[in-house]
Design a protein. Structure first.
Length: 136
């Protein structure tokens, strides 16, 4: 399934609703190009809503990291929202949870860009502990 990207804004923060797969080829290229275009246009605070992304391969992970780097260099940030269980496991396995801020609530993700606002981040440790209990 081709990657579809729907762009919207909330309180000055760009939210990209992604649908499909982030894989080698056109999909990863489209994501990289979209993030680069936004950064060049002065939009450097971006949330990727991954709720409808069912698969990310190594090239897709590379596109996420490149987007993160591009936005950091532009003085902004890239944050992840609504990851599936599989994609959370992938982020943890690759240790990218040390790079990305992850959220399971859109308002918390938006608020994270504003100092002084209350924010509840996704709790990776609780997720890993729950996975461990379920495997036992």
């Amino acid at each position: 399934m081709a990657l579809e990207i729907h762009e919207r804004e909330r309180e000055g923060i760009v939210i990209l609703d992604l649908e499909g797969r982030i894989t080698a080829g056109e999909e990863a290229g489209l994501l990289r190009d979209t993030l680069r275009r936004l950064a060049e246009g002065g939009h450097n605070r971006i949330i990727l809503n991954l709720e409808k992304v069912d698969y990310i391969d190594s090239t897709g992970l590379g596109a996420l990291v490149m987007g993160y780097t591009t936005l950091r260099k532009a003085g902004g940030a890239l944050k992840l929202l609504n990851l599936s269980r599989r994609n959370i496991e992938l982020i943890v396995f690759t240790k990218l949870e040390t790079v990305f801020e992850i959220f399971d609530d859109e308002l918390d993700a938006v608020n994270s860009f504003f100092p002084g606002r209350s924010v509840r981040r996704f709790d990776i440790l609780s997720f890993v502990q729950q996975q461990s209990r379920e495997k036992d």
